[in-house]
Write a protein that binds this ligand. Structure first.
Ligand SMILES: Cc1ncc(COP(=O)(O)O)c(C=O)c1O
Length: 370
């Protein structure tokens, strides 16, 4: 065992995340850490909350960060808003909506599912009809389904959930910072994300935002959430009002997120969305030129994560191994019903550039022998 300074290889991260990290974010992580009760830390937090509100498209006062990855954001949403016995309606069209259903079940929910084949999404009418029929206490769905590359419009879901008095939960892990999220415009009560996708930051934190209606619901909740660590009321006491110790926040990751969000503000959120859309479209056009088709219909594709179909007779694992061996390029394969059928290729955050798209296309063309 050698004990010299650690050196990690430089990979080209074009998988479903983590995505490439902006150099300014790496630099921010080298800043000296302060204590988790230091006023400077809370100032950084305030700034993070302000910048996150813009990305989420919300005025929600309750916008904070969970110390944990995207799944911690998901579990915080479920643990706080799904009470034992609560009927929870899940739009089940991919791996991460299955995870939402699994978590809700573990928290004691009565789960009802609206199944769709992976890669498809729900029309406004279908969403509305499901919620009106089930009249659930909670509705949960994934806006940007990383297992399929499909984007779910949130507006009809949010509006109908409010109509029946349900709390709506939206997973924005692969949309935040790369595509419109529209929390307020869609009337969503709880939205969470992760740092390692279109925000251009390492994995490790889960930004979450809760509507005033959601906060009021929480205030009235009689039972305590089973999870102590993810109890949003306790977290509020730490980050906001009393600054009472709750856990030792990972300070360097908060610096990283602050810097990633500052980079987004400087670029301009709409300019950033345009960049993601442009590079996604360039990639899709280049794939078409080499005869590779996409899984998802054009109107429902994510700009952050592309799912080209694996061409007939091609072994996806061999292609992925070749890309890694020859170019240090990481992409991912499909899983579940899409195993062996699609590639999952990220064009997100700092990684979404024209130069990267051209590099990816050239490497893929070579690996596919086209
Ligand atoms: C849509 C979606 N939700 C939740 C998660 C879970 O996030 P994490 O892996 O950071 O825990 C992911 C991770 O890829 C995701 O893509």
């Amino acid at each position: 065992m050698t004990s010299h300074t650690l050196r990690a290889p430089t990979r080209l991260l074009f998988g479903p995340g983590p995505s490439p990290v902006h150099p300014r974010v790496y630099e921010a992580m080298r800043e000296p850490i302060v204590g988790h009760l230091d006023p400077f830390f809370f100032e950084v937090n305030q700034e993070i909350a302000r910048l996150l509100r813009t990305c989420y498209g919300t005025a929600n006062e309750f916008t904070m960060v969970i110390s944990g990855t995207g799944s911690a954001g998901m579990e915080a949403a479920v643990a706080n808003f799904v009470e034992p016995g609560a009927k929870t309606a899940i739009f089940a069209n991919g791996y991460f909506s299955d995870r939402l259903a699994e978590m809700a079940g573990r928290h004691g929910a009565e789960v009802v599912r609206f199944e769709k084949p992976w890669g498809e999404v729900y029309s406004d009418e279908e969403a509305r009809e499901f919620i009106l029929r089930e009249r659930p206490a909670v509705v949960a769905f994934v806006q940007a389904e990383t297992s399929t590359g499909a984007y779910q419009r949130p507006h009809a879901i949010g509006a109908t959930a409010r109509e029946v008095g349900a709390i709506s939960i939206m997973d924005c892990v692969t949309s935040l910072g790369g595509m419109p999220v529209d929390v307020d415009a869609a009337g969503i009560d709880v939205a969470y994300s992760g740092t390692q996708k279109a925000l251009g930051c390492p994995p490790g934190l889960a930004p979450i935002t809760v509507s005033p209606r959601g906060v009021e619901w929480l205030r009235q909740r009689k039972t305590k959430p089973v999870s102590w660590y993810l109890d949003l009321k306790l977290l509020l006491d730490y980050y906001e009002s009393a600054h009472r110790y709750h856990h030792t926040a990972p300070i360097s990751m908060f610096y990283a997120l602050r810097e990633a969000l500052a980079v987004i503000e400087e670029e301009g959120l709409e300019a950033r969305w345009d960049r993601h859309k442009r590079n996604h479209e360039l990639f899709v056009a280049g794939l078409a030129e080499i005869g590779v088709e996409m899984l998802v219909a054009p109107a429902h594709r994510l700009w952050t994560l592309n799912t080209p179909k694996v061409p007939e007779g091609v072994n996806d694992l061999e292609v992925r191994k070749t890309l890694m061996a020859r170019h240090s390029i990481e992409i991912a394969g499909g899983f579940g019903p899409l195993a062996g059928k699609v590639f999952r290729i990220g064009t997100m955050g700092y990684g979404s550039t024209e130069e990267n798209v051209r590099l990816l296309l050239a490497a893929l063309k070579e690996a596919l022998g086209r």
